[in-house]
Design a protein around this ligand. Sequence first.
Ligand code: UGA
Length: 430
Amino acid sequence: GTVFARRIVVVGTGYVGLTTGACLASLGHRVVCSDVNAEKVAQLSRGEVRIHEPGLAELVQEGIAAGRLEFVLGSAGAVADAEVVFLCVPTPMGSGGGADLAVVESVAREVREVLPAGCVLVTKSTVPVGTSARLRELVGRPDVAVVSNPEFLREGSAVHDFLNPDRIVVGSDSQDAAERVAALYARLGAPTVLTDAASAEMVKYAANCFLATKLSYVNAIAELCERLGADITDVTEGMGYDRRIGQAFLQPGPGWGGSCLPKDTAALLQVAEAVEFDFPLLQATISANARQRERMVAKVVDACGGSLDGVRLGLLGLTFKAGTDDLRDSPALEVARLLAARGAELVAFDPGLRGDEPGLPLTLVDDPYQAAKGAAALVLLTEWQEFRTLDWARVAQELEAPVVVDTRNHLDPDALRRAGLSWRGVGRTP
Ligand code: UGA
C-alpha cells in the first residue's frame, strides 16, 4: 500500500498505544512507538507482543515488515521530526478518585522543547476535562497545537474497535490541527465529531459513565425481576428492541469492572465535585455496583445453605470480562475475595490465566473439572465462551452438591438440568 509521508509518534505501548500505533501503520502511516521500558522496546522490535489482543501481534509484525512501524526507547528522541504525537500513557486513579496525570505531564515536559514547529500533540489517554488546556500551558508553544482524541477501544477487541469505530472524536481550539488528526482516520469512513478540546474530553467520560449507569440499572432491574417473578432475559430483550435503548450492554452480572469504567466514574464524580455539581445519579451508579458484588455473595451463601465457613467452592472465571487476562478491578475477583473472607475455600479456573498469579485468595487450576471437584457449588463469574459447552454430566460427577450459581446468566439452564444440576442465575428463576 501507499506509505504516507506523515510521521506519527505514539508515546506508550500499553494496549491503547500499541493498538493505535499498529492500526495507524496498517492504514498506511509511518509510525514510531516509544516506551520507557527497554526490554519491552526490544521485544516489540522483534515483533513479540505480550498483550492479549486478538490480531494485534499480526498487525505489529506486518507493520515492522513493511517498514512502517518501529519501536524506540524514550520519547524525546522520537518526536524530533514528528508531525503528530499521540500520548497513550496511563492515567490511573489518583488519591481522591481523580485521574492521576503525573505521567502525561512528565512526558509533556520531556518533549516540549524538542517538538518540531507545527507539530500536533494529541491526548488519547482518558484525561479530565480541561487537561488539553493545561497541557497547552505546560508545553507553552504557540506553534504546537494540543488536540484531544479519546479512544473507545474495548479490551479484548481493541484492534477490531479501532478499525471499525462507531465514531471518531477530535477536539481542539485549533480547527486546522483537529482536521489534521481527523484526516489520519479518513480511510475508516466513520462519523467524525469535530469539536473543542473540553467537549472531546467530556465525550469520553460521559460515554463511559453512561455505560456504567446502564449496567447498574440493568442489575437493579434484574434484582427486581427476581423478587417479582419476572425474567430479566426477556425483559432486556424487550427493552433492547427500542432503538433508543439498543440490545448491547444490557447483560446483568456481578457488576462492572476493568481498568476503565470504575476509574472514569470516580474521576467524573470528582470533576463534578470540584465545580460544586451535585451528581447523585452517578453516585448511585457507583454504590449500586459495590452492592452488586455483595448480592452475588448472598446468592452463593443461599445456594450453600447459609454458611460458607470451610465450604469448598469451584469458581469459573476471574478476569474482569472474557477474552482478557486482566484482573484489574475485576468484579469476579472481588466476589472471590468476599467469598474467601466468609471462610470459603476457593478453587478457580480461568482460561485467560495460566500458572502463578501471586496474591490471589484461591488455588488456580488448569481445567474447569478440577475446579468443580469436591465443591459444594460451582460459581460462574466471568463469561468465557468455553464455559457454555462444558461436559455437564462430568461436572455433576465432580461436584459434591449439584449446584451451579451463574452470576452472568451465561449458561443454558436446560443443559444443566438434563445433567441433574440445579441452576441459579440472576434476575430469573428457572
Ligand atoms: C470500556 C468501554 O466499553 C470502551 O468503550 C472504552 O473505550 C474503555 O472502557 C476505555 O475507557 O478504555 P472495557 O473496560 O474494555 O471497555 O470493558 P467493557 O467491555 O466495557 O466491560 C466493562 C465491564 O462491564 C466488564 O466488567 C463487563 O463484564 C461488564 N459488562 C459489560 C456487563 O456486566 N454486562 C454487559 O452487558 C457488558
